[in-house]
Design a protein around this ligand. Sequence first.
Ligand code: IPE
Ligand code: IPE
Ligand code: MG
Length: 246
Amino acid sequence: MPASSTRDIPTPSDIPRHVAIIMDGNGRWAKKRLMPRVAGHVKGVDRVRDVIKHCVELGVGHLSLFAFSSENWRRPQEEVSKLMELFVMALEREVGKLHKNGIRLRIIGDLSRFDSRLQTLIRQGETLTRDNTRLCLNIAANYGGRWDILQAANAWIGQHPGQALTEADLASHLALADTPEPDLFIRTGGEQRISNFLLWQLAYTELYFTDTLWPDFNAKALDRAIVSYQKRERRFGRTSEQLVQS
Ligand code: IPE
Ligand code: IPE
Ligand code: MG
């Protein structure tokens, strides 16, 4: 199991090992152009491709993208359907390419609410790419940080009735139990909130917010986020002086 930032002090790295992104602003991007919201989502898929490619170039090991939250079902039915269609299309078109490029795909979230066709595509994509190691790509779909913590707690309690749950026990049942905690979190679209993304794992993550709307987020924009990350002093509870000494 990877180290926990509240129990161990992670070794600093110039390139974040794990980048987590809330890809926000698709709707506003489209609205500014008098286009339907879905046009922003379509454009957003292109940016996903660019960011994956750039993460591979930079040597980022894990990339987690928030694609659909457990709260996004509250959107108009038509938008939800369009997003599901886009998800199916993206899987059909991209999984083969991901595999060719050595990328492992995993979808995290409560998948039971998706229709069977989508569930099958997800399972097939995950199975095909499971042994790839160049980049681990986690797509969060019908994901909520609270859901993740609860399902982990319930899974553990089911296996160990009556015992006290520890931090390590819980972490080992989260959706990203085998993945180091994110070093860098990025949210595009101007909002400065977590919106129920990786609540547990973001405990010591460096947060970066940008007004750039997701359909405009490119390799340069990712570089800017990483430069900002590289200037941070990650103390994990210690003092600055302690860092200088070590
Ligand atoms: C993010 O863009 C994509 C999803 C949540 C699926 P939004 O659709 O939230 O775009 P804005 O925030 O309305 O601009
Ligand atoms: C968060 O974006 C979820 C995704 C990007 C998938 P939202 O646009 O749904 O977040 P809120 O509702 O504005 O916080
Ligand atoms: Mg939004």
